[in-house]
Design a protein around this ligand. Structure first.
Ligand code: NAD
Length: 421
């Protein structure tokens, strides 16, 4: 990618709009409006380091669109963060929230930093400094941040505390992904994986699949991948392969997922007991029913898509398939559940957290699971129906489905057609 602060990535991402518009009722004004973010803030965050020196970190917050509700999206700490990447992620959030019909728009934030090089105290000062810098652009009814790459519940705790000091009022609904003690929701930890799992279960029941006879491979054994593997294994599926950044393990008769989880948590790596090594590349091409890329972007491309054998590909990671790969898999009749639907369980439970904070009323775990399942199954069914009806791949169907919802909101105040003399 060219060194252009990520603007090429944004231009690529917004091409989806034109494709979706062909299958949506959206007015051209809505499409044009969604091409540009509503607000893009760039800030310099001064941080006093432990050695006494002051360093300045570059930070961003983007509110892409907030017509359907306050913007929603995580904050990423990474040395490669660019303005264009933050805009792109905010654009995706607009479509993700509209896909599942939760009353949020799209937002995203980022700071250019390698958090591993900072002490804990420096990380706290940076997190509080970032909130001071963007405080005017966020709020429970304006833009609601959450964790993303290299930020977590601890970082959210510092941020929500800093915001309370700025506005002189406890305001838990300004940030989600908080520790439960500070107003976080039960069920947030496995929400992303559970949303994907709910879709798999729905598809399996439509297809008459017997879980015991179905095999699963998961690339990436982090938050999303671990929970996904565990939920499927507990439901009777045979999880035949999992992997992390060092490579994977494979057993065609099924891995012991609990033992792998224990080994990964205890020893920091996967176990080869009753399993053989497999590379991350080979894992993607395994004979299996369900494949979940849950690690990185662009892992299934023009060059390996034709070798992917899974009947169903569940994109738990953001952007694991390229546009060329999409076309090949669609032609082969393989079902791709696109990221903005497959991994929307996380933002959906963030929405539950926000509503609980606003009402000051907290839900039991069963209620979180039940409502999440309801939303995921309903939206998967709608996207699947559109894909069948228009004979288009699931990603295009998903963007068109989201665009229709966005259009309804944008066009409720009128378009050029309404104002013509
Ligand atoms: P994580 O950091 O907890 O886990 C990532 C996993 O990927 C780790 O096991 C890591 O070892 C593995 N990995 C890294 N490089 C790899 C490589 N080259 N090959 C194979 N595996 C590799 O992250 P996460 O929260 O599980 O997120 C994973 C993906 O899911 C990301 O794309 C993220 O944006 C997306 N996602 C996560 C959530 C969430 O709530 N956690 C929500 C939406 C989307």
């Amino acid at each position: 990618m060219p060194n252009d602060d990520g603007l090429t990535i944004y231009a690529e991402a917004t091409k989806r709009l034109d494709e979706a518009a062909k299958h949506s009722k959206a007015h051209e004004e809505t499409v044009e409006r969604l091409r540009l973010p509503k607000q893009m803030l760039e800030v310099a965050i001064p941080v006093r380091m432990d050695d006494g020196a002051q360093r300045f970190f570059r930070g961003f917050r983007c509110r892409h669109d907030d017509t359907r509700g306050p913007a929603k999206g995580g904050i990423r700490y990474h040395p490669d963060v660019t303005a264009g990447e933050v805009r792109t992620l905010a654009f995706w959030m607009t479509f993700k929230c509209a896909t599942v019909g939760i009353p949020f728009g799209g937002g995203k934030g980022g700071v250019v930093v390698n958090p591993r090089e900072l002490s804990k105290a420096e990380l706290e000062r940076l997190s509080r400094g970032y909130i001071r810098a963007i405080a005017d652009a966020i709020g429970p009814l304006v833009d609601v941040p959450a964790p993303d790459v290299y930020t977590n519940a601890q970082v959210m705790a510092w941020m929500v505390d800093e915001y309370a000091q700025i506005v002189r009022a406890r305001t838990p609904a300004v940030i989600t992904g908080k520790p439960v003690a500070l107003g976080g929701s039960l069920g947030r930890d496995d929400a992303t994986a559970r949303g994907g799992f709910n879709i798999v279960r729905e598809h399996a029941s439509r297809e008459g699949w017997d879980p015991k006879k179905r095999t699963v491979a998961v690339q990436g054994f982090g938050n999303a991948g671990q929970h996904f593997a565990k939920l499927l294994a507990d439901d009777g599926y045979k999880v035949v392969a999992v992997s992390d950044s060092r490579g994977g393990v494979h057993n065609p008769d099924g891995l012991d997922v609990d033992a792998q989880l224990e080994h990964k948590l205890g020893k920091g790596k996967l176990s080869t007991k009753n399993a053989k090594d497999i590379s991350n590349e080979d894992l993607l091409e395994l004979e299996c029913d369900i494949l979940a890329p849950a690690a990185l972007e662009d892992v299934i491309t023009k060059s390996n898509a034709k070798n992917v054998q899974a009947k169903m590909i569940v994109e738990l990671a953001n952007g694991p398939l390229t546009a060329d790969a999409d076309k090949i898999l669609f032609k082969n009749g393989q079902l791709v559940v696109p990221d903005i639907l497959a991994n929307a369980g996380g933002v959906t439970v963030s929405y539950f957290e926000w509503t609980q904070n606003l009402r000051g009323e907290y839900w039991k775990l069963d209620r979180v699971h039940e409502r999440l399942n309801e939303i995921m199954v309903r939206e998967f069914a709608a996207v699947k129906a559109r894909s069948t009806e228009h004979e288009i791949d699931m990603r295009t169907a998903c963007y068109a489905h989201a665009l229709d919802r966005l259009a309804e909101a944008h066009e409720a105040t009128g378009t050029g057609d309404d104002f013509k003399a």
